[in-house]
Design a binder for this molecule. Sequence first.
Ligand code: DGL
Length: 280
Amino acid sequence: MADSSGGPERPIGIFDSGFGGLSVARSLIDLLPEENLVYVGDTGRYPYGPRPAEEVRAFALEIAEHLVGELGCKMLVVACNTAASVALADVAGRCDVPVVGVLEPGLRAAAQATRNGRIGIIGTVGTIASGAYQRLGAEMAPDAEVVCAACPGFVEFVERGETDSDQVHVLAERLLAPVREAGVDTLLLGCTHYPFLARTIGDVMGRDVVLVSSADETAFDTRALIGREGIARERGPASHRWLSSGDVDWFVEMGQRLLGPELESAEKLDLPATGRQTPC
Ligand code: DGL
């Protein structure tokens, strides 16, 4: 197993159930162009949203262990709300590197953006059912009214590359009705796949509602953390490595559309059906 003490040259590890974390990876590359990066998209086992929390936790620990133990990452970004909402503390407790999630950064940005004090949060069934956002909302924005809604099906549209179809628009009309009716002026996209549906979600919510993605705030938190820990890389050129547990050709094709030209090629990562329980 590789040394996990975390020097600056080591990559930042980032993972998601599939393509969603690419929204965070984009922000990381833009803000920290000199940092080496390894991304795992668990496209072979997506979606995480409908799975039991225990299973998602096992997957998250397994990927975190691989990123730190095998690939020598100096820190981790859990770029999946579903995984972060049930496993952030477990990943941080198990892995001997700093860990950043996406819930707190996103909620902080939403709390700053709201003018009428009504914040909508949308996420997967697993994220909303975990109660993590509801708890965090009470802590971080005690004066705000937080209205949460699960959006089953959104992730599948993104993974299929269907981000702007009539079908996804119809689904959005139905699923976003509760947050629209609640009169929120700010909507937190509490799933890293959802920024890729921003046009559809924005059309349904209307122009007065501010859409907040956690991607940029998470990148700023990452920058602050590696600065504090003294593990920031000083200069480039950086290497970016992309791993997928599913169809690698599809990962590259879709990944280039969603993230951009940095995703030139990808490698296959073989992950077993269930997670292991060994320390990083
Ligand atoms: N991007 C993941 C999230 O932020 C999607 C989860 C899924 O695979 O359902 O929750």
